[in-house]
Design a binder for this molecule. Structure first.
Ligand code: MLT
Length: 410
């Protein structure tokens, strides 16, 4: 008799964005004339930049010629892209990395979800709450989270991030082995300060823990005081793995390219306390399960780092951040309490009159035809909050805010 992985049966409902899609489709079917504006999932709407598209075309031509055709590429990625990443994302901020510390992948969702595979199932995970649901769901699938009771997993350490602590995860009182941090945070749009990140790195060192640091939105940081990579913190290479992506940075949500940094000195331990380096294990895992990002896509991603590429990418990011300003200021003018949207493309608002997040979702969908993401979908501390994304078109962003203003104005 074939047995299933029963951990899957413990997962509550659908994956957050699948549930939203289902509800929006049902509404749309019943109201075919309703023009729905989607500011729910953080999916980009502007096309790839000219520089990227030109390079993609050239790479396709390479594949058409015997002399330049490429079969399987290197598991971890081509040197031309890895070198560009090291120079532009790290050396420029005083961080030195070797080529074999970078692993290209088809997305930060996959890597943040898959990385837990190399750790034992009896580790305790700690997550900021609210947070990107992939971290918790993938650990639940692996059987690391206990049972889901009253909206919480019994074995997960939740670190509530709320107005009282400026949405900053505080060091837990309980023991935690694998700590997920995301800055700028999805969904709150807030950042973790250098001081707090230093505390986290020290905590991980003292407790022989590891930090899985999701920096997928780091390019949206405008304020120079904020950290764009955890490796800007002394000692972080010993305890932290970092995830970054071209999805939000350069409009690659449909093109797919990301990278994970696993420094050679970062380690975990065997039952008997023997040190094992994560880089070696992850390299083994990648070589076994992955055949690399396509050459064409890697060429396109490398174009993001040329002078023209950087300029064009900056313009796209500025466009989305102007949307963020429009959303923020529009909601503030209504008297709503609003966070994020300054160093991140997400706006995190308090629902009016403490309305439950899913009720507010339904209200906006049915009355204003605007889709957002209910805060409770990101964790128990997200209840009473709601997320809007700045990744829509300018026209739709303005329309959505005007419609929300009309509907919520007293
Ligand atoms: C989000 O909306 O939170 C993200 O776009 C989802 C993702 O990146 O997978």
């Amino acid at each position: 008799m074939v047995k299933i992985n029963e951990n899957f049966l413990k997962l509550p409902g659908n994956y957050l964005f699948a549930e939203i899609k289902k509800r929006v489709e049902a509404f749309s079917k019943e109201n075919p004339s309703a023009e729905i504006i989607r500011l729910g999932i953080g999916d980009v709407t502007l096309p790839l930049t000219e520089e990227v598209v030109d390079e993609l075309h050239k790479a396709v031509d390479d594949m058409a010629v015997k002399e330049t055709f490429k079969g399987y590429g290197p598991d971890q990625g081509y040197d031309f892209l890895i070198d560009a990443i090291i120079e532009n994302e790290y050396n420029s901020r005083g961080v030195l990395l070797d080529r074999d510390e970078i692993f290209l992948s088809d997305g930060a969702k996959c890597d943040t979800g898959n990385f837990q595979e190399i750790f034992g199932t009896d580790n305790i995970i700690a997550v900021s709450d609210p947070v990107y649901p992939v971290y918790v769901d993938t650990n639940a699938m692996a059987g690391r989270t206990g049972d889901f009771i009253n909206g919480k997993w019994t074995k997960v350490v939740y670190m509530p991030c709320n107005e009282d602590n400026d949405f900053t995860p505080q060091l837990p009182k309980e023991k935690a082995d694998i700590i997920y941090l995301c800055s700028p945070n999805n969904p709150t749009g807030t950042t973790i300060s250098k001081k707090h990140l230093t505390e986290w790195v020290n905590y991980a060192k003292e407790n022989k823990a590891v930090i899985l640091f999701d920096a997928a939105y780091s390019d949206y940081i405008k304020e120079d005081t904020e950290v764009k990579s955890i490796y800007e913190i002394d000692g972080a290479k010993d305890v932290a793995v970092e995830f970054k992506s071209f999805s939000k940075k350069a409009g690659f949500t449909g093109t797919r390219c990301a990278f994970t940094v696993v420094p050679k000195q970062a380690a975990a331990y065997t039952e008997t306390g023997e040190k094992v380096f994560l880089n070696k294990l992850w390299a083994r895992r990648v070589a076994t399960k992955f055949n690399g990002v396509s050459y064409i896509v890697q060429k396109g991603a490398a174009a993001v780092y040329t002078e023209k590429g950087k300029e064009q990418t900056r313009k796209v990011i500025d466009y989305y951040m102007e949307n963020a300003r429009i959303i923020r200021e529009g909601l503030i003018s209504l008297g709503l309490t609003v966070y994020g949207g300054v160093n991140a493309p997400y706006i995190w608002l308090k629902t009016p009159n403490n309305m439950p997040s899913w009720d507010f979702f339904d209200k906006l969908l049915t009355e204003v035809h605007v889709v957002g993401t209910p805060g409770s979908g990101f964790g128990p501390s997200g209840e009473g909050f709601f997320r809007l994304t700045a990744f829509g078109s300018r026209e739709n962003t303005k329309k959505a805010i005007e419609a929300i203003k009309k509907s919520l104005a007293i």
